[in-house]
Structure formats: structure tokens, C-alpha cells
Design a protein around this ligand. Structure first.
Ligand code: SN0
Length: 315
């Protein structure tokens, strides 16, 4: 594995999940990262991603440097042949090359602008780092993907599934802000690689990118989708069709205990942070059905497995 920008970078998913599980059972035995440095750049806020990835790197023996690139760094220019006489002080060509002198792995978080679909789909920030850095790049959530979260989710479902082929439902839920489709995209792509019965449910107008959905069943009736579900993964995303917009929805899509009645006593997942009583009700988050904390715990082991793989491959 050269980079971890997309799920397509994974060469052997089964082995990677297995590696993460082994690390969870005995987290700190090996130190393959001794003398190596992870640099993390955040263009957006973070709690779990930042701390679990730092913890993972330290478990592996790495040193870690973190920068809030949006606040503390120079404004970066990404356009080729730009005449830099305005507000951008540094070009990605120098920034990525310099960071590659200091770091053995560079990890980057850069959310979409959610204004221009074509522009977001170019993944300019992530791909520019890939192009101009000479060390592996890790995606800490980009314009269209959140592969570390999806690996975490795969581990969590495998760990807690009581069936050989569980029914997994990805449910859209309301949110006051326009959020990326990244988490939902990567989760959908991951579920297509797992032995699960996978259904997506969302209101009309909220269908994800058809290139991501492919053959997956999309059910616009949430109640119907929830029937016999073993896992319900709740997540808001802004419209893909009316790109980046928050559309008006008549029905109540907040997930609460009453809705779980249709399920097979489903385990409820969310990547966090979660808006209580908007996305998921207290009566779920404060109940045994919620596995959001176990899920968040697995972020560390997913990151650890990925960083270890990248260290091995860049030797
Ligand atoms: C991000 C998202 O992609 O949905 C990060 C999730 C891991 N979530 C948010 O930005 C939530 C912000 C809010 O105000 O609730």
C-alpha cells in the first residue's frame, strides 16, 4: 500500500481488518515506527481522527506533529502556474516537498467546499499532496471520502455481528448544516466489499453519487428499510443531486427507539460527532442499542493497521 487516500488503495481488506483486530488484542508489542514521524495537517476541526491517529502512531513508536493548517499555516495555492500576487502565500509544490523532509507519512484532512461538485470531485487538496509529496499520504477525510472511518466501521460490524450475513442499513438523518457525503460514500463502498445485506435509506433528493451506489438497493421508505436490520448506521449528508444543499424533508427522519421496533434489535452506529435529538434521539444514544463508543474506540486500531502497512511498504 503506497498511500491511504481511498479504499481502492487497500490491497487485502481481510488481512488489514485482521491486523487491526490483532493490534486491538495486544496493542503495543511492536514498534515498527521507531525513529519515524507522522505529520498531520487539519484544514477542518477534528476530535476522534486527530487523537486516535496520534494514539495509533505512538503505539507504533512514531513521533507525531500536528498542525491546524487552516489557522496556523500559510494560505496554500494549489493551482498550477498561478501568479501568486493575492492572498495565497505558499504553493503546495513547496509545502508538500518541505513536509516530506520532516515527515515519513503525511496525513491530511480537507473537507469539500460543497459549492461546486466538479471541483470537489477533483480532490484537489488530497491529490496535490499525493503529487508533490515524496512520502505516503493518509486521508483523514477529504471532499468525497473518509476511508479510515470506513475501515473502523468494517472492523466494528465484524466484531459485533451475531450472524454470518447481517443486514446493514445506512440511514440518512436530518441536520441543520450542509455536511459532506464523504462518510456515507466510504461506508457504502466498504459495505459492497463485505458479506452483508446492505440497504441505503434516504429521502428523495438525497441519493448519493450513482458511481458510489452502483447496484446497492436505495429505499426511500425508512420504515421499510429498517425491517429486520441488525445494524443501523445513521448519518446526515447534504444533497448530491442539488449539490451541497439542505433540502426540505416532510417526514421525520430522526432515528429513535420507536423506529428501532421494526429492526432486529439493531445496533446503532454513527461516526460522531452526533447532534442529539436531531440525528439520533437520546433514547438510543443512552441505551444498549448504541455502539457509537465501541465504534469510536476502533478508530485507533484502524489507523494503527493502516500506518503499519504504510511503514512496511515505504521501507
Ligand atoms: C463531518 C462530516 O463529514 O459529516 C465529520 C464527521 C466525521 N461532520 C461534521 O462536520 C459535523 C458538524 C456539526 O456541526 O455537527
Amino acid at each position: 500500500m503506497k498511500n491511504y487516500i481511498n479504499l481502492t488503495d487497500i490491497e487485502n481488506l481481510k488481512a488489514l481488518i485482521q491486523e487491526a483486530k490483532v493490534m486491538k488484542s495486544k496493542p503495543s508489542e511492536e514498534k515498527p515506527g521507531k525513529g519515524k514521524t507522522l505529520g498531520m495537517l487539519f484544514f477542518n476541526p477534528s476530535l476522534r481522527t486527530r487523537l486516535s491517529t496520534e494514539k495509533a502512531a505512538k503505539f507504533l513508536g512514531m513521533d507525531v506533529m500536528v498542525m491546524n493548517a487552516d489557522k496556523d499555516g500559510w494560505a496554500l495555492e494549489f493551482e498550477d502556474a498561478a501568479i501568486m500576487n493575492s492572498d495565497k502565500a505558499e504553493h503546495i509544490k513547496e509545502a508538500a516537498a518541505v513536509l516530506s523532509q520532516y515527515c515519513d507519512i503525511i496525513a491530511v484532512r480537507a473537507f469539500p467546499g460543497l459549492k461546486d461538485r466538479d471541483q470537489d470531485e477533483t480532490e484537489l487538496v488530497m491529490n496535490s499532496f499525493k503529487k508533490y509529496a515524496s512520502v505516503p499520504i493518509v486521508n483523514l477525510e477529504s471532499a468525497t471520502a473518509h476511508p479510515l472511518q470506513a475501515l473502523t466501521d468494517a472492523i466494528t460490524i465484524q466484531e459485533l455481528s451475531e450472524k454470518t450475513r447481517a443486514k446493514v442499513v445506512l440511514s440518512w438523518a436530518p441536520h441543520p448544516k450542509a455536511l459532506p457525503q464523504s462518510v456515507a460514500n466510504s461506508f457504502t463502498e466498504m459495505m459492497q466489499q463485505m458479506d452483508v445485506d446492505f440497504v441505503i435509506t434516504n429521502p428523495e433528493g438525497y441519493d448519493l453519487d450513482p458511481k458510489v451506489i452502483k447496484e446497492v438497493r436505495v429505499e426511500h421508505d425508512q420504515e421499510k428499510a429498517f425491517e429486520d436490520a441488525d445494524f443501523v448506521y445513521v448519518k446526515n449528508w447534504s444533497s448530491y443531486e442539488q449539490y451541497g444543499q439542505v433540502l426540505e424533508v416532510q417526514e421525520n427522519w430522526t432515528v429513535d427507539q420507536a423506529k428501532l421496533k421494526k429492526t432486529n434489535n439493531a445496533k446503532v452506529m454513527h461516526c460522531l460527532p452526533v447532534r442529539r435529538n436531531v440525528v439520533i434521539a437520546d433514547d438510543i444514544l443512552d441505551s444498549e442499542n448504541s455502539i457509537v463508543i465501541q465504534q469510536a474506540n476502533n478508530r485507533t486500531y484502524a489507523a494503527q493497521a493502516v500506518l503499519k502497512k504504510l511503514l512496511e511498504c515505504s521501507k
